[in-house]
Design a protein around this ligand. Structure first.
Ligand SMILES: [Zn+2]
Length: 389
């Protein structure tokens, strides 16, 4: 590095550090522990430091996003909805999940009145009206590439798509034409606008099949990524993969994630294990291997303890991410914010399972924080190993 540029680079590093500190103290869902209320925080709306000494520059493009894991509104969740109402499920967390520019979840059941239904044997089919749970949580897009979307057969998928369309919730991983499940979905958010692309696929063999299954050599999903990436500013790839109830991603998940990033994925949103798996930053891209359950009715313990992932992207700066712990008491079948001891246990687990993936979160204010600078992608040269392919 030339001496001439050292002061400039130092100033830039300090500025990014200062912004991270401001973000940590003032982000939404911070329980009023520090900083400004989100609605009053000009930085969250204007994207530049709130000081009159800063020379006016074009506002960088930016947006915020919420990402959560599995949502299933059948079985015991369906019973809780019948007993307590649609809004009982997300009553405690809807403020946060609906506060972002775009909110994503994995919808782990068809919304249909037709097709097989055997919830005791994990063949799910939830009432179409339960789409109200997603609407209450402010969800804009759901993944349908999972092992339950086809539980009620093709009729169930079609009614699910109609239900989501009627309620203006976008989806990825399934289409009315089953051969087009690998088509991307685009959403435009923010001002100036940012165009987001979404692809969703399953990477396991499931009894009921999938409209977009990853090939053994991943070539089909890689081709989808390559053709979609030039059509958007950022590309999210939702993956239903891995081993159930395992905290660590398996080697196939890790190799797949790296291959998909190399092909052009910007963020990988993983699910299926029903428990949290760690986060990895690979070539400057965020990989959330499994976001765990968000609305589900499994056994209490790690399966019912996960997090809401809140991401903020600023063009040229990269990502600021926090994970806010939640847990799902079976008494209500919807996520709530845990007491301090359970919250800290979840945060410690997230840290413990992310460290072997090279990720260290900053634990502060009841959340885990992670910064992924835009420049990070340039730092790591990827040398693919034979095993990766
Ligand atoms: Zn699954």
């Amino acid at each position: 590095m030339s001496r001439r540029y050292r002061p400039l680079i130092l100033a830039a590093v300090l500025l990014v550090g200062l912004c991270m500190a401001l973000w940590v103290s003032s982000a939404p869902g911070n329980d009023g522990q520090a900083g400004l209320d989100r609605a009053d925080d000009p930085r969250l709306h204007q994207g530049s430091a709130p000081t009159s000494t800063v020379i006016a520059s074009p506002r960088p493009r930016q947006f915020t996003m919420v990402a959560v894991g599995d949502v299933m509104t059948d079985r015991n969740v369906g019973k809780a909805i019948r007993a307590n109402g649609m809004r009982s499920i997300l009553a405690r967390v809807a403020d946060l999940t609906s506060s972002a520019d775009v909110s994503f979840a994995n919808l782990e059941c068809p919304l249909s009145t037709e097709g097989p239904h055997d919830p005791a044997n994990c063949c799910f089919r939830a009432r179409p009206e339960t789409v109200q749970v997603l609407l209450h949580g402010g969800f804009d897009i759901v993944s349908l590439a999972n092992n339950h979307s086809l539980n009620a057969g093709r009729a169930g998928v079609l009614q699910t798509l109609q239900t989501l369309d009627r309620n203006r919730i976008a989806y990825c991983g399934a289409r009315y034409d089953r051969d087009k499940g690998g088509e991307p979905t685009f959403l435009t958010v923010g001002d100036p606008p940012v165009r987001l692309g979404f692809l969703a696929a399953t990477d396991l063999s499931f009894e009921h099949g999938s409209y977009n299954k990853v090939a053994a050599d991943r070539s089909n999903l890689v081709a989808q990524i390559r053709s979609t990436r030039p059509q958007c500013d950022l590309l999210f790839v939702s993956l239903h993969w891995g081993d159930e109830y395992q905290n660590m991603p398996n080697q196939r998940q890790r190799n797949t994630a790296h291959i998909l990033v190399d092909a052009g994925a910007d963020v990988i949103l993983g699910h299926h294990p029903h428990t949290l798996q760690g986060a990895e930053v690979y070539r400057g891209k965020l990989i959330l291997y499994s976001m765990g359950n968000f609305v589900f009715d499994q056994r209490e313990g790690e399966r019912m303890e996960s997090a809401i992932f809140y991401l903020k992207w600023i063009e040229g700066w990269g990502w600021q991410v926090f994970a806010k712990p939640i847990w799902i008491p079976r008494s209500r079948m919807g996520p709530i914010y845990p007491s301090a001891s359970r919250r800290d246990k979840i945060l410690a687990r997230l840290q413990r399972i992310s460290e072997p993936l090279g990720t260290r979160w900053l634990i502060q204010g009841g959340k885990a924080w992670l910064e992924v600078p835009a420049s990070a992608g340039a730092k790591t040269a990827h040398v693919p190993t034979a095993a990766a392919y």
